[in-house]
Design a protein around this ligand. Structure first.
Ligand code: M6R
Length: 615
């Protein structure tokens, strides 16, 4: 969580920093701040509680000149969101300013030691300890800022991406990373620094992804230097060319990123599939899988680790791999898996599923599996993020930047990649027959068009949302492939509307949850024509018999369910294994419109952040 930005070069730093903070606001929006060294040598620090807009308002009458600066948008961990706890934090003498994304585990021990040395603290944050430690090291050793930061990084335990500036040296930024992302944009005699590439892309497409344990010296107008924090040698710099466009980072006329991202899905899924299913529909080409064929063919088990929406996609992956590859699959919450003592062997394949590629628990879970010899495969969206860099191999979902905190297009991208992988591995193993392979492959290619069909019901879903905006609880039921879709529908509603919603396997409801049903609790049932269709009809009747109000997602042309329920939304027919790609679309829209009706901040719901880099 938290986003950091930095700039050094010929431009005025402030507009670059503010625009960068807006791009990174999805990572946290409790407070924000900037620190700039003015052209006359003052270190000016401005901070404000709340969104970046509040900072802009606060700073408008201040001295904003300067060609070097750092900035931060915060998702609070240590200390409540207020102006004092906002970053940047300054050292006691006011000489250094620092921004930090991550958490320092041993900050208390360091703080006690620094207090003994006469340092005092103004904030409750772990970050302030880091900047004071840097000053203490420099004062006692009379060393350069680079040496002081390097020594401080050796002493701290935890996760960090930091950037530090020195009032007395307006020509340098020092940056370092351990377990939190940091990207350096390389322009023409200028450098940009950010937690991801989105603040950088409008200035340069050349970036360097800092690796864990590295420290960068960014001097104005000079070559970039990167060193290992532990060790003396300079490391070679690998410049990557970004393929992202600015349009992908704008709302494009939509009121919210979430709505844009929902409506983008026909295109994003076409991009995800592009070049991966041959034109005759007989082959799937996923080089990360093909190049590691033996690992998949010899796998005793697949373990999928993920969090949140990605975990729901993982549950669908379990059905797919078990159906088509006949490999046992376990789907684990990364946060549970990493703190257990799981039995993992070199015959296991672990799939780390993550939109951001930065989720701390997922990253830690894959590291744990790696140590036990498992083959580790990543399915991520953000190119160059930490998970793809830590895995043995993988596959990007290629759905473009997802900015709304509620995941939509990444979910359908993940399910699409899992579907392609499962039929490919099934074909390699001989566990899927030719006709099924070709039918599923052809249906995957139909998905973008079918989603467009569903969008024709947009206004119907909007009307439905008006009816149910005032509900206080919702139940979402689904079975088989659509049980995870029910979980995902409930999560979407919860996170953006703050209405309590529970996803449940439809048949399991009668073992307790059915007690909640009355005419005030709407139930959304995914009742498409699958192998448990008849059973789902019984579940609907059980809800109706208790005066429940039912919204059903049904297969196009179904006139049986519509007679039983209060409202229906139709989705086109497709291979059963791909139905969650369609049923999830009306659920995304329903959640979106209810949240809008409730006046919620859809793209930045309270207490959440897009990229969860804390444990
Ligand atoms: O980036 P990741 O896919 O690893 O993120 C996992 C979850 O934090 C994420 O899916 C979260 O649950 C979303 N807010 C759901 O919309």
């Amino acid at each position: 969580m938290c986003g950091i930005v930095g700039y050094i070069g010929k431009r005025d730093a402030y507009p670059v920093l503010i625009q960068g903070l807006h791009r990174l606001e999805y990572r946290g929006y409790d407070s924000s701040g900037v620190a700039m060294i003015s052209n006359t040598g003052e270190l000016n620090v401005y901070k404000a509680k709340g969104k970046v807009e509040a900072l802009e308002h606060f700073a408008q009458s201040k001295d904003l000149n300067g060609k070097i600066g750092i900035a931060h948008t915060r998702w609070a961990t240590h200390g409540e969101p207020n102006d004092i706890n906002a970053h940047p934090h300054c050292s006691q003498s006011g000489k250094f300013a620092l921004v930090h994304n991550g958490t320092i585990e041993n900050y208390n021990v360091l703080k006690v030691a620094l207090l003994k040395h006469g340092y005092s603290f103004v904030s409750e944050t772990d970050t302030e300890v880091v900047v004071q430690l840097i000053e203490y090291i420099q004062d006692t050793n009379n060393c350069s800022l680079f040496d002081a930061v390097r020594e401080a990084m050796k002493q701290i335990v935890g996760a960090y991406a930091i950037a530090v500036i020195d009032r007395d040296n307006p020509d340098q930024i020092i940056a370092a990373r351990q377990s939190s992302p940091l990207v350096i944009g390389v322009g023409d005699d200028e450098y940009f620094l950010a937690s991801d590439a989105t603040p950088i892309i409008e200035y340069t497409n050349k970036v360097v992804y800092l690796n864990d344990g590295e420290i960068a010296v960014i001097n104005r107008g000079e070559k970039l230097h990167v060193f290992k924090i532990k060790g003396e040698t300079e490391t070679s710099i690998n410049i990557t060319e970004l393929k992202m466009s600015i349009e992908e980072l704008e709302k494009g006329g939509y009121p919210h990123f979430m709505l844009k991202e929902i409506f983008e899905q026909p295109k994003t899924l076409a991009d995800c599939i592009s070049g991966r299913i041959t034109s005759d529909g007989k082959k799937v080409v996923l080089s990360g899988v093909i190049c590691n064929k033996e690992k998949f063919l010899n796998a005793n088990r697949i373990i999928i680790v993920a969090c949140g929406t990605s975990w729901h996609a993982g549950l669908i992956g379990k059905h797919l791999f078990e159906d088509f590859c006949r490999i046992p699959v376990e789907v684990e919450y990364a946060s549970e898996f990493r703190y257990r003592n799981p039995v993992v062997t070199d015959k296991d394949v672990l799939i780390a599923l993550s939109q951001s590629g930065e989720t701390a628990d997922t990253l830690a879970a894959l590291e744990l599996a790696k140590k036990s010899g498992a083959f580790v495969f990543g399915i991520c969206n953000v190119i160059g993020s930490s998970i793809p860099r830590a895995t043995d191999s993988g596959c990007y979902i290629h759905v473009g930047p997802e900015i709304g905190v509620a995941s939509t297009k990444a979910f359908t991208g993940q399910v699409t990649v899992l579907a392609m992988m499962s039929i490919l591995i099934g074909q390699m193993k001989g566990t899927i027959d030719k006709a099924t392979f070709e039918k599923v492959a052809a249906d995957i290619r139909r998905v973008p068009k079918l989603i467009k069909e569903i969008f024709k019901m947009d206004s119907q879903i909007k009307d439905l949302a008006k009816i149910f905006t005032y509900a206080r609880n919702f139940l979402y039921l689904g079975r088989g492939y659509n049980y995870p879709a029910a979980l995902e529908g409930a999560l979407k509603l919860k996170e953006i509307s703050y209405i309590h919603a529970e996803g449940y396997p439809a048949a399991e409801m009668k073992h307790g949850t059915i007690a909640l049903i009355d005419d005030e609790m709407p139930t959304v049932v995914i009742a498409i024509k699958d192998n448990v269709y008849e059973k789902t009809l019984s579940n609907i009747q059980q809800v109706k018999a208790r005066n429940g109000r039912v919204i059903a997602i049904v297969t196009e042309g179904d006139d049986v369910v519509s007679k039983l329920v209060d409202y229906t939304i139709e989705v086109p027919e497709i291979s059963e294994c791909l139905t969650p790609l369609l049923t999830s679309i009306p659920l995304q829209l329903l959640a979106y419109y209810i949240a809008v009706n409730k006046g919620r901040n859809v793209d930045q719901p309270r207490n959440l952040a897009k990229s969860v880099t804390v444990e």
